[in-house]
Design a protein around this ligand. Structure first.
Ligand code: ATP
Length: 235
């Protein structure tokens, strides 16, 4: 469904992605794990057209997207939940959700989708009129995921949803990512430093080091891999 082939991305003279190739099949949860600065966020920004690749190809359902605008890429169904969440702090929960529908043409189903995300995250329903910036970190992450869902993604691109959250909240959010994948048939590409949780959730994984993909396998095999265990799982 989503294919990256030999992708190189630069920031000026600095090469952040060094010929990476990644495949995400329809219906899968695929995770990209790696240390700080490995290039994980850059991979997502490159897929979304924010930092387009200097060379290589990215295609979505067979259509090349590496030269498309971010707006077009989002309209095709690739929707990112960025690191640090970036919700609109002075807008209410409901207004944040409405912002997620910006590019949608089928406006009639919006209320149904609001009901769906409120069902996934009941705390957001209780806080529908509260300003986004006054929510807790976990609630902001829930709102960011919900806002992305309002765009009806075919592929949900998540950048470190566990960052800075308590273990119980992480567990809850990961369970809901699984639920979205199963109920909505949404394909998930999850970037995470929390390798243990990410590999437990995912079907397959990629390990990134210093701009290269160094390892790929089923998530179960990666959890069992000695190299992954010592470098990323603290075992
Ligand atoms: P983290 O988990 O800390 O977010 P990451 O794996 O997501 O790390 P990236 O943020 O993609 O890593 O960074 C990859 C490399 O690109 C790093 O060396 C980083 O310093 C560099 N980089 C990222 N953004 C920029 C930028 N806007 N300008 C210059 N260099 C950048």
């Amino acid at each position: 469904m989503l294919e990256l082939r030999n992708v190189d991305t630069y920031y000026g003279n600095i090469q952040a992605l060094k010929g990476i190739s990644i495949d995400v099949n329809e219906g899968e949860i695929v995770t990209l794990i790696g240390a700080n600065g490995a290039g994980k966020s850059t991979t997502l920004m490159t897929i979304c057209g924010v930092t387009p690749p200097r060379s290589g190809e990215i295609s979505f359902k067979g259509t090349p997207i590496h030269k498309m605008s971010t707006e077009k890429i989002v309209a095709m169904g690739l929707v990112q939940v960025p690191e640090g969440r970036r919700i609109f702090p002075t807008m209410s929960v409901l207004e944040n959700l409405e912002m997620g529908t910006f590019l949608r043409r089928d406006k009639s189903d919006i209320q149904k989708d609001i009901d769906y995300v409120f069902d996934l995250f009941p705390i957001l329903a209780q806080r529908r009129s509260q300003m986004g910036g006054t929510l807790s970190g976990g609630e902001q992450q829930m709102l960011a995921i919900s806002r992305a869902l309002m765009a009806r993604p075919r592929v949900l691109l998540l950048d470190e949803p566990s960052l800075g959250l308590a273990p119980l909240i992480i567990k809850q959010i990961f369970e809901i990512i699984k639920k979205i994948n199963q109920e909505q048939k949404t394909t998930v590409f999850l970037v995470e430093q929390n390798a243990n949780q990410a590999l437990k959730l995912a079907d397959r994984g990629y390990v990134m080091e210093n701009g290269h993909i160094t390892l790929t396998d089923t998530a179960a095999n990666l959890l069992d891999n000695e190299q992954v265990k010592s470098a990323y799982l603290g075992l």
